[in-house]
Design a protein around this ligand. Structure first.
Ligand code: FE2
Length: 313
């Protein structure tokens, strides 16, 4: 046990430094006078902070999790394997190699159908459109692929923050990759022997959701998967017939610390931040996404989700 009385030079030094009013010197001396257990704690705090920061910046954002969830759809006649991807956020902090890894995982999941729910980019820069198109085209070669756009992909919200004023560039990139971009429209398809329809809407924050137009040609008797970037949009879409809504936007909160209640997901309804949730007799799946803003994640790994859509028995 360290006792200050056994080290007279420290006692003298403390008195001298206190007398001089030198705060930094007192601080140094006090450090040496600490009990050894206190000193360990003193050293552990910055070490823990450094390790946590390094993990949140360099480990977790790159550590993609494959999640599997089951969802029963009324009127579905055969099982369908749907892979849901969202929020790639190609940028200076989300390299194309990370997006390619997510696409590898999506293809390895043997999907019958692939859905992407927006925020393909963060800003105007930080990615090569030709390379991005080529990378995304691997999905459409594997299975029918549908996409909607997010608030970062262009439009009124993105334009105010220096992003694209229109969605033209991202739409063109997706369409050239072979994906069907659903902005306020419906597409029917037969998938693994089952007929279903996909409905997609514009982005909520961009003010581009037109529910009547989106569902104009939808058949309420068919199992319906609705794609909408922002889960808060459910309030605008509740009067229409759909079974499952796929969303992103939240990134699951991105930095989640339950003990202190930290979860900065940018949504009004805090019940719909991540996972597969019931809502008014239907289901909503909110993806934690692939990329991130500012390249950090904590307790909220990026995810590639395989949704096992099952017929009602
Ligand atoms: Fe996003």
């Amino acid at each position: 046990m360290f006792r200050i009385g056994e080290f007279p030079f420290l006692v003298k030094a403390r008195h001298r430094f206190k007398g001089n009013g030198s705060r930094s010197a007192c601080y140094t001396v006090n450090y040496f006078m600490m009990e050894s257990s206190s000193r360990r704690k003193f050293l552990a705090a910055p070490l823990l902070g450094f390790t946590t920061s390094a993990y949140a910046r360099y480990v977790e954002p790159t550590w993609i999790e494959r999640t599997d969830r089951e969802c029963v759809l009324s009127n579905l006649t055969r099982p369908v394997a749907l892979v849901h991807l969202s929020d790639f956020h190609a940028s200076e902090v989300v390299p194309m190699s990370h997006i390619e890894r997510a696409i590898d995982m999506a293809i390895d999941a043997s999907p019958d159908l692939i859905c992407m729910t927006g925020d393909f980019i963060t800003h105007r820069s930080g990615f090569d459109p030709a390379w991005y198109t080529k990378t995304l085209s691997r999905l459409a070669r594997k299975a029918p692929t549908f996409a909607v756009l997010g608030n970062h992909d262009g439009g009124s919200w993105a334009g105010k923050g220096g992003g694209h004023q229109t969605t033209t560039q991202v739409r063109r990139m997706l369409e050239n990759s072979g994906a069907q971009v659903l902005i306020n429209r419906t597409a029917k398809l037969t998938c693994n022997g089952a007929t279903l329809q996909m409905v997609g809407v514009g982005d909520l924050w961009a003010g581009e959701i037109e529910p009547a137009q989106a569902f104009e040609h939808a058949d309420p008797a068919l199992p319906t998967v609705l794609l909408s970037h922002n889960p808060d949009s459910k309030a605008l879409l509740g009067d229409y017939a759909w079974d499952l809504m796929l969303c992103g936007h939240t990134h699951g909160g991105q930095v989640v610390v339950p003990v202190v209640g930290l979860n900065p997901a940018p949504v009004r309804d805090r019940e719909y931040i991540a996972g597969l949730k019931p809502w008014n007799g239907r289901r909503i799946h909110i993806s934690r996404g692939i990329g991130s803003i500012r390249g950090i994640r904590f307790n909220c790994r990026p995810e590639v989700t395989k949704l096992h859509l099952l017929p009602k028995v």
